[in-house]
Design a protein around this ligand. Structure first.
Ligand SMILES: Cc1ncc(COP(=O)(O)O)c(C=O)c1O
Length: 305
């Protein structure tokens, strides 16, 4: 099952900061793969959709906030691959719909709203049984595509041809993407995760994702994860919180390298990497691969506000 993807290009960043640090910097542009289904989203959806098809499901149901990149991508992928979709949105309906939800609705996604307390229980048996009663036989994908099938897809982000990189850097929400990347790298490589939420609770989640994935016997090239680490100093106050210097950095970076960054995820990771380069955090001669995980529809959102 595939869409018409452009193979994601790897772009070199010619930066004085990297040169001074003796480090080579590249960006894997997952944002360019497809106009609507791009970034890490497709990787997290791919095996979920394959499983839905294999098991004979005709409809998909998933969850997200009103600005969710995952809702946006699932609506588009469903339309392109012939799955009707239902998007269960956190909170109350706000009209007019923002650009994420109006895009999803245009793709034919049926939008339904769950008040916040019930939404928090969305992955419970009771809430899901209720949704099945309401919508019939639906294949349920968790919020963000964050399950073991999601991890499985993320093993395909960094290909075997990218073994020349010593360190891979990625922004983390649930860290499903990081878990998949860690299991795809060879043991001499490593992955650094930059959480965009405050709290420092992710390490345990990553351990669980990795252990649970390994327990399924699903394929991994090396049988164990490469070293991974979380850099927790660049969340800028928490999810979707921004500060002026993050916005300024993001604008300047886009201008200098023609790479748009979303301020919820990728801008925080790119900021963090550039800051660490200035501090001499990386070893001379290191080759870094920064994963651009997409999320650029949030910029349209801003433009519409
Ligand atoms: C643009 C973007 N980057 C990074 C992430 C973080 O992914 P994960 O939840 O797998 O850590 C997300 C969330 O899915 C995202 O939308």
């Amino acid at each position: 099952m595939s869409l018409n993807f452009i193979p994601p290009p790897t772009q070199k960043i010619d930066s004085d900061i990297a040169r001074l640090a003796g480090v080579e910097l590249y960006v894997l542009r997952l944002d360019l793969m497809h106009p609507w289904v791009n970034g890490n989203k497709w990787y997290k959806l791919k095996y979920n959709l394959a499983q839905a098809k294999e098991q004979g499901y005709k409809k998909l149901l998933t969850f997200g906030g009103a600005y969710s990149n995952h809702i946006y991508a699932t609506a588009a992928a469903g339309k392109l691959l012939g799955f009707p979709t239902i998007g269960v949105i956190r909170g109350e309906e706000t009209l007019p719909l923002n650009s994420t939800l109006s895009f999803a609705a245009q793709q034919g996604m049926q939008l339904v709203y769950l008040e916040r307390a019930t939404y928090r229980q969305k992955h419970s048996f009771e809430v899901q049984a209720d949704l099945r009663k309401r919508f019939g036989e639906v294949f349920i994908i968790p919020e963000g595509g964050s399950n073991l099938q999601g991890v499985r897809g993320c093993l395909e982000i960094v290909s075997a041809a990218m073994q020349v990189f010593d360190t891979v850097c990625v922004a983390c929400g649930t860290a499903t993407t990081l878990a998949g990347i860690a299991m795809s790298l060879n043991p001499k490589q490593r992955v650094l995760g930059f959480p965009v939420l405050k709290g420092g609770f992710l390490a345990k989640d990553i351990e669980n994702l990795i252990q649970n994935y390994l327990a399924t016997g699903l394929p991994t090239p090396y049988g164990s994860p490469a070293p991974w680490e979380l850099i927790c100093d660049y969340h800028f106050g928490g999810y979707a919180k921004v500060k002026d210097d993050l916005l300024l950095f993001s604008q300047q970076f886009t201008q200098a390298y023609n790479i748009p960054l979303d301020y919820v995820y990728t801008a925080k990771m790119f900021y963090g990497v550039m800051d660490l380069l200035k501090q001499g955090y990386f070893s001379k001669g290191d080759r870094l691969l920064l994963i651009h995980t997409g999320g650029l529809q949030v910029l349209k959102q801003k433009a519409h506000q």
